[in-house]
Ligand binder design. Structure first.
Ligand code: FE2
Length: 483
């Protein structure tokens, strides 16, 4: 029997061991401010105050009632407020207002007025216009707070009185989603007394707030504490698990150990079953392609659940996922859950996006099929590397196996403790010819992990000449071993 490991659609470089490419903001819109953005020196009264470093485990998003247009900050002078605003067909400006509500006589109002001149968004503040740096916007990306293409969109503002900075953005509240960074003068004390943020000239559908201002984002790469290097810290290239939300720490504790791995023979058995007509995974994959879950034959993968549904995650919390070469997922959210993903074999490309809208909503109501904004660069993860997410950062992504061989990952999910809804669906974008609509996907199990391993090992044992597969795993060079 002849085996061919070559996939004409893939590139030889895909088999190389790719180093982690840290997420950068090079693709993310950089801001142009009319004033200097040089880091200010701490003023006398702030010298002893610690900078509000935005650690994920410290911050917490509070979801407020529907139709709220005013938010009280937890900490005077710092924090963020986000409002879900409906699509505005008239390009009507709206305002973010910062005020001091405790003493009416001392009320401080700062108004950031959002406009669109028919082509570009800009902010008016203190009589000055602040433009987005168009050179920093990638071709094909359309980012707007006033004239956006989705049916609705989160628009947020962050107040950071320590650094004297106001940031404005859309999507999730994070640095990568920032559209404007406005630096106030060193002698401008107006941010210190801000305790209320309200939005006017628009009727928000929902609102949420965070006590911490947007300062920087944690990297998506997680490394064990023992191998974190000085350059990882310097370049924000990787973090240790202790920095992440509690739910991520619990999940990482379960799947990061050396014992969570796959033996070469186990990988070979999965590969063999997946590629051999008549075998279990081959038939399972063909059935999923026929069912066409995500309306794209290359958006297909196999989910093997480990254990039971415990009531703390969307679906069963631990899932082994099998990604055939050239296949991937659609762009999707994760029900607000925290998650850890570890690559057990092969390579996996991860790309992050602004969150997709709730099920039934159009992510591009204009019909131009512009996808949500990509956040950062696609990062390639290889065997034993780990990435994370929560609802605020990296919670909307697309996974794809561009390698020649099957990729196998362990994914695990857990709702954060403050989640009282436990929305069970992964919302994903179905990309049709004329619209980008969000649909619901319930993360079911295609096959139990234990059952799967038992059957694929048996299938490989039953094959009388499995030497080519063993040779391949030993050689680590799939192109040279074609029996
Ligand atoms: Fe996912």
């Amino acid at each position: 029997m002849t085996f061919c490991f070559c996939n004409p659609a893939a590139q030889p470089n895909d088999l190389q061991t790719n180093p982690i490419i840290p997420i950068t903001t090079s693709k993310v819109v950089k801001m142009q401010t009319m004033k200097s953005v040089a880091r200010i020196k701490p003023r006398l009264g702030l010298v002893k105050r610690l900078a509000p470093v935005r650690l994920a485990q410290q911050k917490q998003t509070k979801i407020l009632n529907d139709s709220v247009n005013s938010i009280r900050l937890d900490v005077e002078g710092q924090g963020a407020a986000s409002f879900l605003i409906p699509r505005n067909l008239d390009n009507k400006p709206f305002q973010f207002n910062l005020s001091h509500s405790i003493n009416a006589d001392d009320k401080t109002d700062l108004c950031f007025s959002m406009h669109n001149d028919g082509t570009d968004d800009y902010v008016m503040f203190d009589g000055q216009r602040y433009d987005v740096d168009k050179e920093a916007i990638e071709d094909g990306e359309t980012v707007s707070l006033v004239h956006f293409k989705a049916e609705e969109q989160w628009a947020w503002i962050s107040v950071d009185q320590y650094h004297q900075i106001v940031k404005i953005g859309c999507g999730n509240i994070n640095q990568a989603s920032t559209l404007w960074t406005i630096q106030l003068g060193e002698e401008d004390f107006r941010l210190e007394k801000i305790d209320t943020i309200y939005v006017s000239n628009v009727s928000p559908l929902k609102a949420k707030t965070e006590w911490a201002p947007v300062v920087y984002d944690l990297p998506p790469v997680v490394k064990p504490q023992s191998v974190i290097s000085l350059m990882d810290i310097q370049n924000k290239a990787a973090i240790s698990i202790e920095t992440l939300p509690a739910a991520c720490q619990e999940l990482y504790g379960m799947v990061s150990g050396e014992g969570i791995t796959m033996e070469p023979m186990e990988v070979a058995a999965i590969e063999y079953s997946l590629r051999t007509p008549g075998c279990t995974l081959f038939k399972l994959l063909a059935g999923k392609r026929k069912h066409n879950e995500f309306d794209d034959p290359n958006q297909v993968y196999i989910r093997c659940t480990l254990g039971d549904h415990l009531g703390n995650s969307p679906g069963v919390p631990y899932v082994l996922e099998i990604w055939p070469s050239g296949c991937g997922s659609p762009i999707h959210n994760h029900s607000g859950a925290s998650a850890i993903i570890k690559v057990l074999s092969g390579v996996l490309d991860v790309t992050w996006y602004d969150p997709v809208l709730a099920a039934g909503k159009l992510n591009d109501a204009t019909g131009s099929n512009d996808k949500p904004r990509q956040i950062g660069n696609t990062t390639t993860f290889v065997k034993d590397q780990v990435t994370w997410m929560d609802d605020n950062l990296y919670g909307c992504h697309r996974l794809h196996n561009n390698g020649l061989m099957t990729c196998i990952t362990i994914q695990c999910y857990q709702y954060p403790e403050e989640d009282r809804v436990h929305y069970e669906y992964f919302d994903f974008i179905e990309d049709t010819d004329d619209k980008l609509e969000t649909k619901q996907f319930y993360p079911t199990s295609d096959i139990d992990f234990g059952d799967m391993m038992e059957v694929v090992k048996q299938e490989l044992d039953d094959f009388e000449d499995n030497k080519p597969w063993l040779d391949y795993r030993k050689s680590q060079d799939g192109l040279s071993v074609v029996a």
